[in-house]
Design a binder for this molecule. Structure first.
Ligand SMILES: [Zn+2]
Length: 113
């Protein structure tokens, strides 16, 4: 019982990759988060969305706020290929989210409509 408690505290304090892996560790999880965001009434609300967009510059970078981690994630795009600077990988949920964001911008000319 006590052991469980201490593990929980350690996890909460850990802001590293291991906690991240529990959440947006696949492109598909990013797709899900994007669909959720797209369908939400308030796209800036962190209480409704697992991920919101703080900054977006097409084909350059996106700053996403990951609500499950409580921190900003930076995804840089080079030659149309996004790479998550925060996770240091190219196939996490933040990358999946950014890919769809780029597509939406291309189709609609804006990300908030
Ligand atoms: Zn990431």
């Amino acid at each position: 019982m006590f052991e469980n408690k201490s593990i929980k505290i350690a996890r909460t304090k850990n802001k590293g990759i291991s906690k991240l892996a529990l959440h947006f560790d696949t492109l598909d999880s990013g797709t899900e988060a994007f669909m959720h965001w797209l369908g939400s009434d308030d796209k800036m609300s962190t209480s409704n969305n697992p991920i919101i967009i703080k900054q977006f510059v097409r084909n350059k970078y996106a700053v996403l706020y990951d609500n499950t981690l409580g921190q900003d994630m930076i995804v840089e795009t080079h030659d149309g290929v996004p790479f998550c600077k925060s996770c240091n990988i190219d196939d996490c949920g933040h990358v999946g989210f950014t890919i769809l964001l780029e597509q939406k911008y291309e189709n609609d000319g804006s990300i908030l409509d």
